[in-house]
Design a protein around this ligand. Structure first.
Ligand SMILES: Cc1cc2nc3c(=O)[nH]c(=O)nc-3n(C[C@H](O)[C@H](O)[C@H](O)COP(=O)(O)OP(=O)(O)OC[C@H]3O[C@@H](n4cnc5c(N)ncnc54)[C@H](O)[C@@H]3O)c2cc1C
Length: 384
């Protein structure tokens, strides 16, 4: 329970970064309020590989057993052709030797595990419409004052826009759109199993896998010269993937209304704080799905911010940024290099990627993959 004279913190966004920030701040004695634009908690979403420093932060938070319990038992990643025949496979064992300690789970599962350990009230269906340093006007017209305002509202952050100006100056479009959704299909689930299977043609990738209990998840990725999002995502996906074979027709026939669909972008801004306002997670340092460490860095940023604030405000935001930003920039650079692995631009590049999959059982190749695809984020956390 916060003390009656506790300082007040507003956290905008109840995703990984926001809830992890609330978790750390409330344990440091802050009186925390979380606001979330979505009308209610959103389960599911897309699969993430959770490892690196965020995994260590989760250990320090005591959340690893709950995360492990939600682990999706993916046994391999397989590249298939248009008839569903295997072209190349990387085993879970080979993958884990590259991404040590990795837990594959749904984004919604990671968020719900943190939320279940947070006491702070979460006001769903609420956002911010004005921020004047610590004085905040909410979307329902009410006004409240805070000692600290944390923008944890993701890559399209409203807090960033209100306090730092138009997003266009900070968002780096990586030339692709992506979509993800979960669904139930018993016969497809029996066919695919706990193997992440994907079909790649130049500039387009479609993948699916069983998450657990027959529930499946799909991921689509394609190159688009236009950053603008389509008004009808399902129609855009049919247009882009309708000519592909394999399970594409089945996936396109079950695209739900609440599909996750977005441009693939990074966020790069010179300063992550102004006055009482500070950004955390994708809002200030989105690395994109190509880099695959966003959730891990969001957890880490929350922990580092709370650590730096524990000594008071003086210089805390600068120290937080100085510790996190090099790791974020390094990971972003790695993510841009990884585009060619996830969405190869030609048939021979797809063949080259598949060859690396096939050879991934060899320790020397694992070492090369680790060196070329794993960003270096060591040293961000203080020793436990
Ligand atoms: C397809 C895909 C695959 C990925 N794979 C991986 C992976 O393998 N490993 C990994 O570590 N990361 C991965 N990521 C990245 C990771 O999901 C993000 O970096 C991470 O979720 C960022 O957390 P966040 O809390 O900063 O933002 P978000 O998860 O986007 O959360 C922001 C929250 O703020 C809310 N919000 C938005 N606007 C407002 C507003 N105006 N007011 C109030 N609330 C608002 C949103 O509803 C949301 O709940 C992947 C991302 C994608 C899209």
């Amino acid at each position: 329970m916060p003390k009656s004279n506790a300082q007040r913190a507003l956290v905008v966004g109840a995703g990984t970064a926001g809830l992890a920030t609330a978790w750390w701040l409330e344990r440091a004695g802050w009186d925390v309020l979380v606001v979330e634009r979505a009308p209610s908690f959103r389960a599911g979403g897309y699969m993430i590989d959770f490892f690196g420093p965020g995994h260590e932060v989760a250990r320090r938070m005591g959340l690893l057993p709950a995360l492990e319990a939600r682990r999706a038992p993916i046994s391999s990643v397989t590249s298939v052709d248009a008839r569903g025949r295997s072209r190349a496979t990387i085993s879970a064992e080979a993958y884990e030797s590259v991404a040590s300690g990795v837990i594959s789970l749904l984004r919604g599962d990671l968020v719900s595990v943190i939320r279940d350990d947070v006491q702070a009230p979460i006001r769903y269906g609420t956002t911010v419409s004005e921020i004047d340093d610590g004085a905040v006007t909410f979307s329902d017209g009410s006004r409240e004052s805070f000692d600290l305002v944390v923008g944890a509202d993701g890559v399209h952050s409203r807090v960033r826009e209100l306090v730092f100006g138009p997003s266009s100056q900070f968002v780096r479009y990586l030339g692709h759109h992506t979509a993800a959704f979960s669904f139930q299909d018993a016969s497809l689930s029996a066919r695919i199993g706990y193997r992440y299977q994907m079909l790649t043609v130049p500039h387009r990738m479609i993948g699916c896998y069983v998450v657990r209990d027959g529930a499946m998840a799909a991921l689509m990725l394609y190159r688009s010269s236009s950053q603008a999002l389509p008004t009808d995502p399902a129609a855009a996906l049919r247009d882009r993937f309708g000519d592909l074979g394999w399970v594409a027709p089945s996936l396109l026939s079950v695209v739900p209304k609440d599909i996750y669909y977005d441009e693939v972008s990074q966020v790069d801004m010179p300063t992550w704080h102004r006055g009482k306002v500070v950004l955390v997670g994708d809002a200030c340092g989105a690395v994109s799905l190509f880099a695959g460490h966003g959730a891990s860095l969001a957890m880490t940023g929350a922990c580092v911010l709370a650590e730096e604030l524990s000594g008071g405000f003086e210089g805390a935001f600068d120290r937080y940024q100085a510790r996190m930003k090099p790791a974020v920039e390094h990971t972003q650079e790695f993510g841009r290099r990884f585009i060619g692995w996830m969405a190869p631009s030609s048939r021979w590049r797809i063949s080259l990627r598949d060859l690396a999959f096939r050879l991934s059982g060899l320790p020397v190749v694992r070492g090369m993959i680790r060196g070329s695809v794993m960003p270096d984020v060591d040293g961000v956390l203080t020793p436990a």
